[in-house]
Structure formats: C-alpha cells, structure tokens
Ligand binder design. Structure first.
Ligand code: FAD
Length: 421
C-alpha cells in the first residue's frame, strides 16, 4: 500500500503538532508518530491528560481539519526513494509519499555509565518520568533524581505528584552557574514563573548542586547511591535512581535522509530547511531548547513547507529569544570533566551487548569498537552508547544504517532496490 501526501510530518510532539497546524492550508498532511498517542515527550499521555492549553488548542484545531491525518503507532524506518518513506505499524509496513517532509523527531537523554548504572532501579531521569506518566507505580518509593538540567526539577515534580518520596535532587552544575542561569530567567518570564512553581512544589527536598552520583549500590537491585559532594562521598538510600545528563537531538532519520549535521544537531536555514531538498526540521532535532522553541520552530517549518515564507518570517524574533535560552541552557548544564572518569574498567558501557569500558578504551574509533566488540550493534543500535562513547572517548558515530530502528523482516523483505535514473 502507498499513501500520497503533500506534507508529511514525522513526530507528533510540540514541534510536529505546531507544524501541522501552521501547514493546515498546505494540502493533504500526515503526522506520523511511533507512540500510540500524540504529544511527544513533554505532552506524553495523550489529549485527555494534557494540562497545557497550547496542546489542547493545537489538537482541537487539528481534529477539525479534514485534510490532516494522524498515523499513531507508526515508525518511519527508512527512505525507499526520494520523496518516499517506508513506515511500519503494529500490523504492516507500507510506503508514504511526500512533496515536503518535516522532521520533528525530538531528543533523547544523555545517559552516562558509572558503576552500578545497569542495576534494576536505575533509569534515565526522563525515562522514569515517562514510566510514571504511563502508570508505573511509584507510591511510597524513595527516588534520587540526578544528572543535570531543568528537566530534573520537572521529573522530581512529576514523581512527587505520583506519590514518590524524592530523597534528593543531585545537580552536577555548580552554584555560581546556576545562580547566573536563574538571574537570566528574567529574560523569559514564562520560564521564571515555571521555575517558581517547581520550586514551590519541591520545597523541602534536598537539592545538591555541584554534585554527582558516582555509584549505584545494591545486590540484586538498587539500594543506595553514592554522591560526590564537596570533595566527600555521601550515601543516600533509595529504591530508584532517575539519572540523565540533559538531552541530545535525535538525528538518525535526518542523517539517513542525507541532511547535514552540525554540532550534533540537524543544520537548518532560517526557514527550517535542511540541506536535503524538500526536507525541513523543527524542534529538538535542530538543538535542545525546550517546548517554546519547539513550538515556534514547528510553526515556521509548517508555514515554510506550505509556501508561506513571508508569514514564517514574522516568527523569527520569537525563535531568536528561545534560541538565546537554549544557548544559556547548553552553557550552564554542560557535563563536567569528572563525569568522563566515572566508568571503571569493568563498567558496562554498551548494555545491549555487554561491552565494558576496558574493552572499548583500546579502540581508536566507534567503527573499530563496533567491528571488534559489537558495541552499538544491539537492539538500541547505539542510541544510548553512541552518545556515551562520544562523550567518554570523543568518538563520532559513523553513517546511519537503514532501517534506522529494528524492523520486522517482512517489512523490508519485499523492497525493490531503487535505481538512480
Ligand atoms: C524523556 C524526556 C522527557 C521530557 N520531559 C520534559 C518535561 O517534563 N518538561 C519539559 O519542559 N520538557 C521535557 N522534555 C523536553 C521536551 O522533549 C521538549 O521540550 C519538547 O517536547 C520537544 O518537542 P519536540 O516536538 O521537538 O520533540 P518530542 O516531544 O520529543 O516529539 C518527537 C516525537 O517524534 C517521534 N519520533 C521520533 N522518531 C520517529 C520515527 N522514526 N518515526 C515515528 N515517530 C518518531 C517520537 O516518538 C516523539 O513522539 C523531555 C524530553 C525527554 C527526551
């Protein structure tokens, strides 16, 4: 089966929904997302759970638009020929043709290896938040939230709301940098208000700045964490550790489509066009900056893709404001040097294939490590260890292999090779 659309949007998070809304006059539109419900990361849980009025307004408008189709539970696997994507849902694989493609594939957490990080009970910060939003029971559980960035506060607030006891929030950034960041929030009053609200929700919870988790301890599962703080090591008993060192753009699909990447993010022009013909990118794939930046980039991409470039230009000023916020985020919450030394020789770095730090350090590159140790060749296909090895050893992942995520054999077996004309 092949479906034809004028504009196809991959990702139904804030950027994708804003793009679909802005492009709604641009012909037949499809929004594809591999989750069963729209909303992406921040608006996880689907329309019934959304509290942000911007999410509700976008969804209501899109539901009324009869030229917009939402394809949930559908993953884009690869490009079969220019202007055509192979997608897979729970039942089948099929192809989708487009004139313009908007990538709004978001970001993922940077997870760094340390002793004990593979114990049951240790998750990513956003990972545990996503589980909690999906109904995972945390009532009465003691959780340490650690890593870096404002996401830690949002995660702690969600977990507290779901009945967890937050034993501590452990932030690796130093106090002077955090104070500077807080003062800079005056430039973005909505973020300042959000920070005040989170501060009120989390009042009384120990907040350790300039600190990081050096080990997760336990026999069969997590029982405590060791935190490095002011030159000393302190133990905190907990049932869960939710630990993430910020977010990094998801670029696999963009790279597979031949889009240029700059400093780990998809490179775009002022109208969100990538370097590949007819492909635009919006939201955290172009750099991590939060929901407001994702929304305005989505709006610009949607307008540009539907031929309304001058209307798109009206939003450039707002985008600049949020890009300034994104730049401050990146500066303040950049992972510190000590984190590069947390993994011990026997610490697993690639958890899909059980490859330890000592087996990897002897290799000069990602490719060499892959060929000799199978690092990055398991089910996650380097999505977790690729970013970790970049941080730890300075390795850049090489070309993306398609399909970009594990696919059913039946989905790809009937593909005819595309012949260049
Ligand atoms: C785990 C996590 C938790 C977060 N929690 C918060 C929070 O609580 N508060 C906050 O302010 N910010 C949070 N953020 C940051 C938040 O992601 C952004 O601010 C905002 O959601 C970015 O919007 P986006 O549209 O760019 O991407 P996203 O919201 O990430 O949406 C991208 C969508 O694209 C889909 N997708 C990706 N690749 C494919 C493919 N090949 N085929 C089909 N679909 C695909 C994804 O499943 C996802 O639904 C979180 C981020 C992460 C990674």
């Amino acid at each position: 089966m092949t479906q034809d659309f004028d504009i196809v949007i991959v990702g139904a998070g804030p950027a994708g929904l804003a793009a679909a809304h802005a492009a709604a006059e641009g012909g037949r539109i499809a929004v594809i997302d591999d989750n069963p419900l729209a909303g992406g990361q921040i608006w996880r849980g689907g329309p019934a759970q959304w509290k942000d009025p911007r999410a509700q307004a976008l969804w209501q408008a899109l539901e009324k638009a009869d030229n917009v189709s939402f394809l949930p539970g559908t993953r884009v696997l690869m490009q079969t020929r220019p202007g055509e994507l192979l997608v897979q849902d729970a039942q089948q694989a099929h192809t989708i043709r487009y004139h313009r493609l908007i990538l709004a594939t978001g970001a993922r957490e940077l997870l760094l290896p340390f002793p004990g990080w593979t114990l049951p009970g240790v998750t990513g910060a956003g990972g545990l938040q996503a589980l909690a939003k999906g109904g995972y029971p945390l009532q009465g559980k003691r959780v340490v939230v650690a890593g870096s960035g404002p996401l830690l506060l949002a995660v702690a607030a969600t977990l507290k709301e779901r009945g967890a006891t937050i034993a501590a929030i452990v932030e690796q950034a130093g106090l002077p940098a955090l104070a500077g960041f807080a003062a800079g929030l005056a430039l973005t009053p909505s973020k300042a208000l959000q920070a005040l609200r989170l501060g009120a929700t989390l009042r009384g919870i120990p907040y350790y700045a300039d600190s990081y988790v050096s080990a997760a301890c336990g026999e069969e599962r997590l029982g405590a964490v060791l935190v490095q703080r002011k030159g000393a090591s302190i133990g905190i008993a907990c049932d869960y550790l939710a630990c993430g060192y910020g977010l990094l753009p998801n670029t696999e699909l963009a790279r597979a489509l031949g889009c240029a990447i700059e400093e780990g993010a998809v490179k775009t022009d002022p109208w969100q066009h990538t370097s590949a013909a007819n492909i635009l990118c919006a939201g955290e794939g172009t750099g991590v900056g939060g929901v407001d930046l994702a929304l305005v980039e989505g709006r610009i991409a949607g307008l540009a893709a539907s031929g309304r470039a001058s209307e798109a230009q009206v939003h450039f000023g707002e985008r600049d404001k949020w890009r300034g916020f994104a730049a401050r985020l990146a500066r303040v919450f950049a992972p510190r040097e000590e984190l590069r030394k947390l993994a011990q020789p026997d610490t697993i770095v690639c958890r899909c294939e059980d490859v330890c730090d000592s087996e990897l350090r002897e290799h000069p590159s990602w490719r060499s490590a892959k060929l000799h140790t199978r690092c990055g060749m398991g089910p996650c296909q380097g999505r977790i260890c690729g970013n970790a090895t970049d941080f730890l050893y300075g390795w850049r992942p090489d070309a993306v292999r398609t399909p970009i995520s594990p696919a059913r054999a039946g989905s790809i077996i009937t593909l005819e090779p595309h012949k260049e004309t």
